[in-house]
Design a protein around this ligand. Structure first.
Ligand code: KG4
Ligand code: ZN
Length: 330
């Protein structure tokens, strides 16, 4: 069994996974959304302090499995340095105390392997990763061969939902609440320009859209719930249209046999529906993570760790480093 730890942002999570069968024996996550909501986004120092309380509390429940553990896995990149640190410190202490190896896991690989929790790996695959920190298209050939085909030039998809929610005073995280409001809104009331529409490049950008939404909010001086719903509907439509336009470009070059959406924002229903239609028309199989594994969690870290364990991809206590940003992850 492997014990895995995730603390790259505002979720404290631990999981225990069986190496041979991939079975998830234990999984718990304590979210800090409520604590950060009043600030309209994650406050790194507060997040780190909350991890200090939550991680040992969860670990207490895992003690009975300690004699069966073969390795400790932990997210070491990318994420918030101060919160990654908490998980890595716990992992080092456990590795030392139990005298078992340490596995450093890339968080983005974790999101990709969330597709394979308690399942077999299906690779190669083209993957759209949409989270609070990333918007990327990745060509995932194998555990060690992952190429970033496209990424965002500024903000990410999920982050733009968080910002719009903050502008409308609707709290954090913005994705679920903006999606909910959008359902009741008129998606034709405001016309926001689709980012990079004229550009032949497959890349993403959300800062311009964010500003367009800000200007619209200032102009109409929002007074009622319908105004909010209309803003959310128009924003969500444009944010998703932007992704779809670029994914269609990719499919036009060569439609993949297998395509997946992963990351916290892959829970977005409108995005899922649009991609389902596109994939169906190209006879591409669309793979989705279970909703409970879309946002950050330690089960996905444990799932990657099984693959790393099999190839002895360990790191020493002295060598494990924390990288808040990474350019690539192959
Ligand atoms: O993957 P994740 O849990 O954390 C990061 O690694 O960033 O993703 C969290 C992000 C937040 O920005 C949140 O607002 C967004 O995912 N999100 C959504 C939805 N649910 C969560 N964005 C759009 N629509 C949703 N339904
Ligand atoms: Zn994430």
């Amino acid at each position: 069994m492997i014990l895995s730890i995730e603390s790259s942002c505002d979720d404290s999570s631990l999981a225990i996974t069986k190496i041979e069968t991939r079975e998830l024996i234990y999984h718990k996550k304590i979210s800090q959304e409520l604590e950060h909501s009043k600030y309209g986004g994650v406050v790194p120092e507060l997040a780190a302090r909350l991890h200090v309380e939550a991680l040992p509390r969860i670990l207490e429940e895992c003690k009975e499995y300690f004699p069966q553990l073969k390795a400790i896995a932990v997210t070491n990149a990318p994420g918030l340095a101060v919160t990654l640190m908490e998980g890595v410190m716990m992992a080092k202490a456990l590795s030392l105390a139990l005298d078992i190896p340490l596995i450093a896991v890339n968080h983005l690989k974790g999101h990709i392997y969330s597709l394979f929790i308690e399942k077999e790996t299906i690779l190669p695959m083209s993957i759209l990763l949409v989270s609070g920190g990333h918007t990327q298209i990745i060509e995932a050939k194998s555990l060690k061969e992952m190429e970033i085909l496209a990424s965002t030039m500024d903000d990410s998809f999920g982050e733009s939902f968080d910002k719009v929610s903050k502008m409308l005073g609707m709290g954090y995280p913005g994705g679920p609440v903006v999606q909910e409001y959008a359902l009741k809104g008129d998606s034709t009331r405001f016309v926001f320009p689709i980012p990079l529409k004229q550009s032949p490049k497959i890349a993403f950008s959300y800062s311009g859209l964010k500003n367009a939404v800000r200007l619209a909010i200032e102009k109409i001086d929002i007074t009622n719930e319908q105004d909010k719903a209309d803003i959310c509907a128009c924003f969500q439509k444009t944010a998703v249209d932007h992704i779809m336009q670029k994914v269609k470009k990719l499919f036009k070059n060569k439609a993949p046999k297998d395509f997946a959406i992963v990351g916290g924002a892959s829970a977005n229903i409108y995005l899922r529906e649009q991609l389902e239609t596109l994939c169906a028309s190209h006879k591409t199989t669309l793979h989705l993570s279970q909703l409970k594994y879309c946002s950050d969690n330690a089960a996905m870290i444990g799932r990657v760790a099984i693959e790393q364990y099999k190839i002895n991809d360990f790191v020493s206590i002295e060598e494990i480093d924390i990288q808040s940003r990474v350019k690539d992850f192959s």
